[in-house]
Write a protein that binds this ligand. Structure first.
Ligand code: 4AZ
Length: 844
C-alpha cells in the first residue's frame, strides 16, 4: 500500500478523472515534447469550440439582421400623377363621388395595378393604390400607391417606380387608356397617412370674379396645431390659371432641416419636381407673396413639427384666364418689360422672347432694375433651370441692377422657367442711345451704364463693374489699394473691414507680431489678454474673455445693479447671466430690440423698408408741416429723438408737446389714418437735453412722453438702449431709417426708407468734417453711395443688430453737411454717451 501510496504521489486528482489523466497530468518541466503534444490537442479543441461558437453567433446575427433589419418590411408610399391623352376633362371628374370619377379612377387603378404587377421589382411589394383627383390636361390623374418592401429591396423598388414608364407600352393597349407619363415620388409615410385620413384636407374651387379665402386651422384666434399635415387642393375653371396670394403669413421662424413649412405645388399632388415655393417664418403684409400656376390647379400643404405656436396664414386665390402669351416685338425708342405677372412669382413652365429693335440708327441697351431668378442649390454659373438669355449668355440668381448691351439696334431677350421653383422674376427697361455718345453729359461705364461724372474716381463702385474706379489719381482724402489700384476714402483705413479686398487698407494698422490692438489704438502683448489687469487702459484686453471678472469700476466696465463691475464687453441682454445678481439679463430691460417679422433680405422696390422691419421707428408730425422728425420707441410711453427737432422758431413753438402727434407702427405715410396697424398718440411731455448747443449740435437728444402707453404689436416694439460702455466697433454695419428727403433739398419719402451704413473711425471722420465732432457724436457713412440720412430723418434711429439678434439704438440722426455728399458722412448722437441722461429723464 505504501508503494501504491508512493505511486499516487504525482496524482492528487479524484479517481473519476483518471480517464483524462493524459490530458491533465502535471509534468516535469523538462519533458517538453510531451508538453507540446498535449498542448496542440488542447488548442485544437479550444479552437474548434471557439470557431463553432463564432459561427453560431454569426449565423444567429445574420438571421437577426436579415429578419429584423435587412428583411424588415418598410412601408413606402409614392405620390404621383399620369397623363391620359385619349380622354377630355369634364367637370364631373372634379367631384370624387360622381360616377364618371369612379369609372375613370377604376380604369387608372386597374392600369396601375397591372403595371406594378408586371414589374418584378415592384409587383411583389404592392399593397394598394388610389386615385385622389383629376385635372385638365388632357386629363391628369393624381394617385398614391402603397408598398411594403424589405429594407434591402427599397432602392430597387424606388428605381423600378422611377423607370416604370418604360415597361408599360403593352399595358396601355390592354387598358383603354392612353397614358404618356408616369411620375411617382416617395413621400413621408406620416404625411401620406394623414393626407389619407382626410383629417385636414380641403378642396376649393374658385368662382369667377371672386376671390376664395382659406387659412390654417384656428387662424387668427388660435395657433395652428402641432404635428399637422394639412392640404388645400385649389382648382379653377377649365382654361384658367390660379393666382394665389398670402395676405398674412406668420409661421415658425425657419429651421433646417425640419420645422414648420408651407409648400405650394403646381400640381394636385405633393411631388418635389412640382414645388413652386417652400415658405416658413413670417412675411410682413407689404411683401408680395403671390404665385401663379401653369394650369388650373394648385396644391398648398402645411407640415408642422411638434411645437405649433404661431398664428399661421390666411390666403386667397382667384382664377385668371389662361395665357401662355409673353414676350413680343418691342419697337419703340424706350420701354419696359418684365416676367409674366411681375412682381408676383412668374408661373412655372414658361418661355418668353422679347425681340427689341429701336428706331433710327440708334443702339439699344437694357437695364435690369430688379432681377430675382433664384433657386436654392442651383449654380448661377450654368443656370440650368430658370434663366434669362441674352447674346448666348445665361443670367440667373439674385442680382442688383445691371446693364447689358451689344452695340447694335437690336437685342433679343429670352426667358425660360422650368416646372419647379419660381421667383419674383425681373423688371427691365430698354433705351436707345446715340452710338457715338451713349451717355450725354455723363460717364459711360464699361457695361454701358451711365453715371454722373462726379462719381468717377470717387472710391465708390457706381458702375457695378468698377470701371468708374480704374485709372484714377487718388485725392488727398483717398488712399490707393495695392492690387486693384482703386482709390478709396481714407476713413476706410484701419476700420477692421477689408475694403480693398487685398488687405491694403488694414495692413498698416496692425500691431507687431504677438501684440494685439486696444480700441484706443495702443498695442499690447498677447500674453496680457484676459490677465485680469486693464493693460490697455480702456478695458479692451479684459473685455472679451471666457471668464467674466468682477473688477473695479471704470468707464469701460459694466455696472451691475448690485454695484459690482464686470469686465465683459456689451454684457447687457446678451442672453448670458454675467452679473451675480442677474441684473444684466433683467427680463423687463431686455424686452426690446425684437422684430416679430423675420427680416427678408430682398425688397422689391429699392430701398423701401419692409413693413415691420423697424418696429421702433416713429413718425413725428406737426399740424403745419406733417412729418417733421423721426423718433424711437424705447418703452410703452417713452420716445427718444433729437433735441434740434424741438427748438422754437418764430411762428412755431416746436417745444410745445401739443404741436406734435406721434405715429407708431407706420410704414406708408399715405396710410397714416387708414391703416389699422398704426397707432396715433399725442405727446404729454418733451424734455430736450439742456446741454443741446444749436451751433455745434452737441447733446442732440430729447425724450418725449406719450399721453398714454402704447401696446406692443408685431409692428410696434421698443429698441434696446445701449449701456454707457457698449461699443459699436468701427466698420460695423448699421442701419439708418426714416421718411426724410430722398435727395438734398428734395421731398420726403412716402414709404419708410432704410440704408445700410458703417460706423466710421472718429479721427478720420473728424478730418473730413473739419473738427466738428464731439465725444457725444458718432459718425456713420453709406458704403455703396447714393442715399444718406437727410432732412426729415432727424431724431430717427441708427439701429445696430447685435450678435444676440437684438437691435440697439446706436445713434440718433443729428446732422451732416448736406445729404449723400461724397466723403461727408452723417453725424449721429452717440446714445451710449447719453446713457446717464436717459436714465435720469426716463428712469429706463
Ligand atoms: C437734417 O436736416 C439732416 N446727412 C439730418 C441728417 C443729415 C443731414 C441733414 C445727414 O435733418
Amino acid at each position: 500500500m505504501k508503494d501504491s501510496d508512493s505511486n499516487i504521489k504525482y496524482n492528487n486528482r479524484p479517481q473519476s478523472l483518471n480517464g483524462f489523466e493524459e490530458m491533465v497530468e502535471f509534468l516535469p518541466a523538462t519533458n517538453t515534447k510531451k508538453v507540446e503534444k498535449m498542448s496542440a490537442k488542447q488548442k485544437l479543441i479550444i479552437a474548434g469550440v471557439v470557431v463553432g461558437a463564432v459561427l453560431l453567433s454569426l449565423t444567429a446575427g445574420l438571421l437577426v439582421w436579415h429578419f429584423a433589419y435587412r428583411n424588415a418590411p418598410v412601408q413606402k408610399v409614392y405620390s404621383g400623377y399620369l397623363t391620359i391623352t385619349n380622354y377630355n376633362f369634364i367637370e364631373a371628374y372634379e367631384n370624387s363621388s360622381s360616377p364618371e370619377f369612379a369609372q375613370l379612377s377604376s380604369k387608372v387603378i386597374d392600369l396601375l395595378q397591372n403595371a406594378y404587377k408586371s414589374d418584378p421589382a415592384i409587383g411583389p411589394h404592392f399593397i394598394q393604390c388610389n386615385v385622389t383627383a383629376f385635372s385638365e390636361g388632357s386629363v391628369i390623374a393624381y394617385y398614391w400607391a402603397e408598398f411594403s418592401v424589405p429594407t434591402y429591396l427599397e432602392a430597387t423598388l424606388d428605381k423600378g417606380m422611377s423607370e416604370l414608364k418604360v415597361q408599360t407600352s403593352l399595358l396601355r393597349k390592354l387598358n383603354s387608356l392612353s397614358v404618356n407619363s408616369f411620375v411617382a415620388y416617395p413621400i413621408e409615410v406620416n404625411t401620406a397617412r394623414s393626407f389619407r385620413d382626410n383629417n385636414c384636407l380641403y378642396s376649393l374651387h374658385s368662382s369667377p370674379g371672386v376671390s376664395t379665402t382659406f387659412n390654417t386651422p384656428g387662424f387668427p384666434n388660435s395657433p395652428y396645431p402641432a404635428n399637422a399635415r394639412c392640404q388645400w387642393s385649389l382648382r379653377a375653371d377649365a382654361g384658367h390659371m390660379i393666382l394665389l396670394h398670402f395676405r398674412t403669413f406668420k409661421m415658425e421662424p425657419c429651421k433646417t432641416p425640419k420645422g414648420d413649412y408651407v409648400t405650394v405645388y403646381d400640381s394636385l399632388t405633393a411631388v418635389e419636381p412640382r414645388v413652386m415655393v417652400k415658405l416658413c417664418g413670417s412675411y410682413p403684409p407689404s411683401y408680395n407673396l403671390t404665385f401663379v400656376s401653369s394650369q388650373n390647379v394648385m396644391l398648398v400643404t402645411l407640415v408642422t413639427d411638434n411645437i405649433g405656436k404661431h398664428p399661421g396664414f390666411m390666403a386667397e386665390f382667384t382664377q385668371i384666364q389662361k395665357t401662355t402669351l409673353c414676350g413680343g416685338n418691342l419697337r419703340d425708342a424706350k420701354g419696359e418689360f418684365s416676367t409674366p405677372f411681375y412682381p408676383a412669382h412668374y408661373p412655372p413652365t414658361r418661355e418668353c422672347m422679347w425681340d427689341i429693335q429701336v428706331p433710327g440708327d440708334k443702339f439699344v441697351k437694357l437695364q435690369f432694375l430688379m432681377f430675382y431668378l433664384f433657386e436654392p442649390g442651383v449654380p448661377t454659373t450654368t443656370c440650368p433651370n430658370d434663366y434669362v438669355e441674352i447674346n448666348n449668355k445665361r443670367y440667373c440668381g439674385e442680382k442688383s441692377s445691371f446693364v447689358v448691351s451689344n452695340n447694335s439696334s437690336k437685342i433679343v431677350v429670352k426667358f425660360r422657367s422650368d416646372q419647379s421653383y419660381t421667383d419674383t422674376g425681373f423688371m427691365a427697361r430698354y433705351v436707345s442711345y446715340e452710338p457715338k455718345n451713349p451717355c450725354p453729359d455723363q460717364y459711360t461705364c464699361k457695361s454701358g451704364r451711365c453715371i454722373d461724372q462726379e462719381k468717377r474716381c470717387d472710391g465708390w463702385n457706381d458702375c457695378g463693374d468698377s470701371s468708374d474706379e480704374t485709372a484714377c489719381v487718388c485725392s488727398d482724402i483717398q488712399f490707393r489699394c495695392k492690387t486693384s489700384q482703386v482709390c478709396k476714402p481714407r476713413f476706410f483705413l484701419c476700420d477692421g473691414v477689408n475694403d480693398c479686398g487685398d488687405g491694403t487698407d488694414e495692413s498698416e494698422c496692425k500691431c507687431p507680431d504677438k501684440f494685439l490692438k486696444c480700441r484706443n489704438g495702443k498695442c499690447y502683448p498677447e500674453a496680457q489678454k484676459c490677465d485680469k489687469t486693464d493693460n490697455c487702459g480702456d478695458g479692451t484686453d479684459e473685455s472679451q474673455c471666457d471668464e467674466v471678472v468682477v473688477t473695479s469700476c471704470t468707464e469701460f466696465t459694466y455696472k451691475c445693479q448690485s454695484g459690482q463691475c464686470i469686465t465683459k464687453l456689451n454684457p447687457l441682454c446678451d442672453g448670458v447671466n454675467d452679473c451675480a445678481d442677474g441684473s444684466d439679463e433683467n427680463a423687463a430691460t431686455c424686452n426690446c430690440g425684437k422684430r416679430p417679422y423675420s427680416r427678408k433680405t430682398r425688397i422689391v422696390g429699392g430701398v423701401n423698408a419692409d413693413e415691420g422691419e423697424w418696429p421702433w421707428q416713429v413718425s413725428l408730425h406737426t399740424a403745419k408741416d406733417g412729418h417733421t422728425c423721426g423718433a424711437s420707441l424705447v418703452s410703452p410711453t417713452i420716445l427718444l429723438s433729437a433735441a434740434h427737432c424741438f427748438q422754437d422758431v418764430p411762428g412755431l413753438r416746436y417745444s410745445d408737446p401739443n404741436v406734435w402727434t406721434a405715429y407708431l407702427g407706420l410704414h406708408d405715410q399715405a396710410a397714416r389714418t387708414t391703416s389699422k396697424d398704426v397707432v396715433k398718440k399725442k405727446i404729454k411731455r418733451i424734455d430736450a437735453n439742456r446741454g443741446f448747443n444749436d451751433f455745434t449740435y452737441d447733446n442732440d437728444i430729447a425724450m418725449l412722453e406719450l399721453e398714454s402707453p402704447v401696446s406692443y404689436t408685431d409692428l410696434i416694439q421698443p429698441i434696446c438702449i445701449p449701456e454707457k460702455t457698449h461699443i459699436f466697433p468701427v466698420g460695423k454695419s448699421i442701419w439708418v431709417t426714416g421718411w426724410g428727403a430722398l435727395a438734398e433739398g428734395g421731398t420726403g419719402a412716402q414709404v419708410l426708407q432704410k440704408a445700410e451704413i458703417r460706423v466710421i473711425n472718429q479721427t478720420e471722420c473728424n478730418k473730413l468734417l473739419e473738427d466738428q465732432l464731439t465725444v457725444r457724436m458718432i459718425c456713420a457713412g453709406y458704403v455703396s453711395g447714393g442715399i444718406d440720412a437727410c432732412q426729415g430723418d432727424s431724431g430717427g434711429p441708427l439701429s445696430s443688430v447685435e450678435t444676440n439678434g437684438k437691435v440697439y439704438l446706436a445713434g440718433i440722426v443729428s446732422w451732416g453737411e448736406g445729404c449723400a455728399r461724397r466723403n461727408k458722412p452723417g453725424v449721429y448722437t452717440k446714445v451710449s454717451a447719453m446713457r446717464d441722461w436717459i436714465k435720469e429723464k426716463t428712469g429706463l
